[in-house]
Design a protein around this ligand. Structure first.
Ligand SMILES: NC(=O)c1ccc[n+]([C@@H]2O[C@H](COP(=O)([O-])OP(=O)(O)OC[C@H]3O[C@@H](n4cnc5c(N)ncnc54)[C@H](OP(=O)(O)O)[C@@H]3O)[C@@H](O)[C@H]2O)c1
Length: 266
């Protein structure tokens, strides 16, 4: 798989494009000539990004404001994707919560599963048949190093990202030879609005500055990885160490270590 070339009709869809990694993915794809469909809830931010990317890169940038945690709203977008020539789908929108599971707002936990899991599944299923019929397409799923091992006090997020990681790598192997690819982007700490939305300022103090990756660098590696047909991109040395210990270390120990870390964070 590689990235299908941009055409005047085809589009790259980016969810979570109003901020962070999503906005940077949109910038990377626009710089390679892709027309865009930008998805998130904050319409003004999407309009601003669409305006600046289309002026800078001379591409069409459509804005699709949508609460992807809402099944009906999501079904509308899925229906739209099923009728369009989608060259690239970046399933990137997501958020996390921290704290003891039973004490957290149950509706927000459910919303996290809707956004981080069900929306990824729905949008992939919507875009995939057209990609397979055209024998061309690239799907990116933003998982996380958090999905590689147990994440006590970050339980719903860790489990959601375990789904994202496994779904992406399974689909990568399943699609071999079809002309369509699927790649996992599994970052560690990336400087975005993520920790502010999760209300965990302690993470900024716990993780030393040099261990953070910029959203632009993560997005550039991701789009380069898709172009090369990679299975997984893990941006930055710290995320690579996290991945090695998460996937190959004893889960009993990593669970206990992360329990202590996330309790401090929450
Ligand atoms: N930053 C990190 O350290 C890190 C590490 C590993 C993985 N990740 C993953 O990277 C992805 C992007 O996060 P980020 O770091 O760029 O965080 P961010 O700056 O907070 O961006 C999150 C994006 O998701 C969108 N979003 C949130 N809820 C939504 C909803 N209900 N419907 C539609 N869009 C929604 C937000 O847009 P609106 O608020 O406008 O809807 C925003 O565009 C997430 O999947 C996250 O889990 C991040």
């Amino acid at each position: 798989m590689s990235l299908p070339p941009p055409t005047p009709r085809n589009r790259a869809v980016v969810t979570g494009a109003s901020s962070g990694i999503g906005a940077a993915l949109a910038g990377q794809l626009a710089s390679r000539g892709y027309g865009l469909i930008l998805v998130a809830r904050r319409k003004e931010r999407l309009n601003e990004l669409a305006g600046s990317l289309s002026a800078r890169h001379h591409v069409e940038a459509e804005v699709y404001p949508c609460d992807l945690g809402d099944r009906d709203a999501r079904a509308g977008l899925a229906g739209e994707l099923g009728t369009r020539d989608i060259a690239v789908l970046c399933n990137n929108a997501g958020f996390a919560t921290y704290g003891a599971l039973s004490t957290l707002d149950h509706d927000r936990e459910r919303l996290q599963v809707e956004l981080d899991v069900a929306a990824v599944h729905d949008l992939t299923l919507a875009a995939l048949p057209g990609m397979l019929a055209r024998k061309a397409g690239a799907i990116l799923i933003t998982g996380s190093t958090a999905g590689n091992q147990p994440g006590p006090h970050n339980t719903t997020y860790a489990a959601s990202k375990a789904f994202a990681n496994t779904f992406a790598e399974s689909l990568h192997a399943e699609l071999a030879g079809t002309g369509v690819g699927c790649m996992l982007l599994a970052p560690g700490p990336v400087r975005t609005e993520f920790t502010r939305i999760a209300d965990v300022p302690a993470v900024d103090r716990l993780v030393p500055g040099p261990l953070w990756v910029s959203a632009e660098s993560a997005a550039q590696r991701a789009v380069d990885g898709m172009a090369k047909g990679k299975r997984r991109v893990v941006p930055g040395p710290f995320a690579k160490v996290q991945t090695l210990s998460g996937l190959h270390g004893p889960r009993g120990i990593s669970g206990r270590v992360l329990r202590a870390v996330y309790r401090r964070v929450a």
